[in-house]
Design a protein around this ligand. Structure first.
Ligand code: BTN
Length: 253
């Protein structure tokens, strides 16, 4: 699917994913990568803003998969795992975990985010990694951190990008041949909140609770609920459920 990555770097743009759309309009090949040092309108999931000052990594990768479109959301897991593997060269790997479907955490704080957008017959994979700058907590739905807070050595952002892209190319090509099968175990080994009680926001006002039992071969979350048994969830925002005892105590006051 990707025979070669072709990287362009710009200083400043609204969003690298906007440039990726223009590139697709211009028949860009699968494997086209657009990086910017600054984004003035970086976007995150659920219409959140992705603050994009100079010093972090912002890039969008265009792919045209041969896997059927219904399986494209699984790319989130492949990309988050490739990020975790790359970060593992800089940070003690046991500190890195993956929050379904596509956040990368270090000691429970978010270090990277992924936004998939489908445009014509392509996926634009937007990736933001906090290399040196930590966005304000209120800007995100989760406490944030940056690689420079954890790495002993100064981080060269071009080196990090190159290592990540090379890992990503191999992993995306493997996914395009074999779907998620080779990724389920390594992803689950790094999963945050496995077998823990979580709260899942499905949309603005619908929340469900259950135990996170892992992911299915199609990438859906397996959530064991008291009322409806095991549910397969394809999209949502995970938070840790407060322990029932504490919730009951709070309700008393
Ligand atoms: C998230 O909400 O966690 C996803 C954040 C994705 C941010 C990246 S930065 C490069 C690309 N361009 C954007 O505007 N967003 C993505």
């Amino acid at each position: 699917m990707i025979s070669q990555l072709a990287l362009s770097v710009v200083e400043k743009v609204s969003s690298t994913s906007d440039l990726a759309r223009l590139a697709i309009d211009d028949n860009a090949a699968s494997g086209t990568v657009i990086q910017a040092h600054i984004q003035t309108k970086g976007r995150g999931r659920n219409n959140r803003v992705w603050h994009s000052p100079k010093g972090n990594l912002y890039l969008s990768v265009i792919i045209t998969p041969s896997q059927p479109q219904q399986d494209w959301p699984g790319v989130s897991l492949v990309v988050s795992l490739a990020l975790a593997k790359t970060l593992g060269a800089y940070i003690e790997p046991s500190r890195i975990s993956l929050k379904w479907p596509n956040d990368v955490l270090v000691l429970d704080q978010k270090i990277a985010g992924i936004l998939l957008e489908v445009y014509h017959q392509a996926i634009i994979i937007g990736i933001g990694v906090n290399l040196t700058k930590t966005p304000k907590v209120e800007a995100q739905n989760w406490p944030a951190t940056a690689l420079s807070d954890h790495s002993q050595e100064p981080v060269d952002s071009d080196d990090f990008r190159d290592q990540f892209l090379s890992q990503l190319k191999d992993d995306l090509n493997l996914w395009d041949k074999e779907a998620l099968t080779p990724f389920i175990k390594p992803w689950t080994d790094m999963a945050a909140f496995l077998d823990e009680n979580i709260a899942l926001t499905l949309n603005q006002d619908q929340m469900i609770y259950g135990r996170f039992r892992g992911i299915h071969a199609n990438g859906t979350m397996q959530l064991e609920t008291d009322s409806d048994g095991m549910l397969s969830i394809s999209a949502g925002d995970v938070t840790r459920a407060r322990p029932a005892k504490r919730k009951a105590e709070q309700a008393k006051h």
